[in-house]
Design a protein around this ligand. Structure first.
Ligand SMILES: C[S@@+](CC[C@H](N)C(=O)[O-])C[C@H]1O[C@@H](n2cnc3c(N)ncnc32)[C@H](O)[C@@H]1O
Length: 251
């Protein structure tokens, strides 16, 4: 993959040219990337790309690398909106734009809004929307502060930071290289989820829904938070590994 990236060629080309000499600049670039990979840098950051929902997203160290588990949130959102193609949708904490852009591409008549606290992440998300031809309106701010008063959404989705501060996973694998603000709320892991749930009733249209991605052990807490905030039909859905990975409900 690194050699494909350095030379800008597909794998089939490499196989067909396996005895061609590498030019010295390409060789140096490959060796540099291979060293970073050996040091644990995520492949997605080294090649600057990650596939999500069948689309090729640019990723940089300013954004979380989109995870396959998050596709469950996008699929659930699509089901939720199957009779409302013109719905107003909000993605809070959009990162690379993976969720918002995938939804905008699947539902071209929907009005998709996406926010993030990070200007650097929003720059990546904007480039992804433009390159993939998705119509998404972006804005920066702390959760709902990025919105104009009076707006209403039929669906709010979010994959917020939900790892507790001090969780040993933060110092392992790819997570070591991802933005800390994308991973942890700096507290018990439920702070961002609580803030999003608490604010949602003000921004949802009557009958609107909220769906959230969360950690493997947070489903019961998120369901309780949703019920306490007045949501009905509260439920969780499991990912392919059988883990309760997303929870949501409707007003
Ligand atoms: C787990 S990442 C999710 C990124 C993307 N939605 C995805 O699923 O790949 C969480 C995102 O929330 C953003 N974020 C963290 N705290 C925030 C806040 N207080 N307000 C808005 N966005 C925030 C981070 O910058 C990050 O992009």
């Amino acid at each position: 993959m690194l050699l494909e990236h350095v030379l800008g060629v597909p794998r089939a080309w490499l196989l067909a040219h396996d005895t061609d000499p590498l030019d010295p600049a390409a060789c140096r670039r490959f060796e540099h990337l291979a060293r970073l990979r050996r040091d644990g840098h995520p492949m997605a950051y080294l090649v600057g790309r990650r596939e999500f929902m069948g689309h090729d997203f640019e990723v940089t160290p300013d954004v979380l690398i989109p995870r396959p588990e998050t596709e469950l949130l996008v699929e659930t959102a699509r089901e939720c909106l199957r009779h409302r193609p013109r719905a107003a949708v909000l993605d809070l904490g959009t990162g690379s734009g993976a969720i918002a852009v995938s939804l905008a591409l699947a539902l071209p008549a929907a009005a998709v809004r996406a926010t993030d606290a990070s200007a650097a992440a929003l720059a990546v998300a904007r480039r992804n929307a433009e390159r993939l031809g998705a119509r998404v309106a972006f804005s920066q701010g702390d959760w709902y502060d990025a919105l104009e008063p009076g707006q209403r959404f039929d669906l709010i989705v979010s994959n917020p930071p939900y790892v507790a501060a001090g969780d040993p996973h933060l110092s392992r694998g790819d997570l070591r290289f991802e933005p800390s603000a994308a991973l942890t709320d700096g507290g018990d892991g439920l702070a961002a989820l609580r803030a999003i749930i608490a604010g949602a009733p003000r921004w949802l249209a009557p009958g609107g829904s909220l769906w959230l991605e969360h950690g493997w052990d947070q489903a019961a807490a998120v369901r309780a938070g949703l019920a306490a905030a007045g949501f009905s039909g509260v439920a969780s859905r499991r990912d392919l590994a059988g883990t309760e990975r997303i929870s949501g409900g409707s007003l």
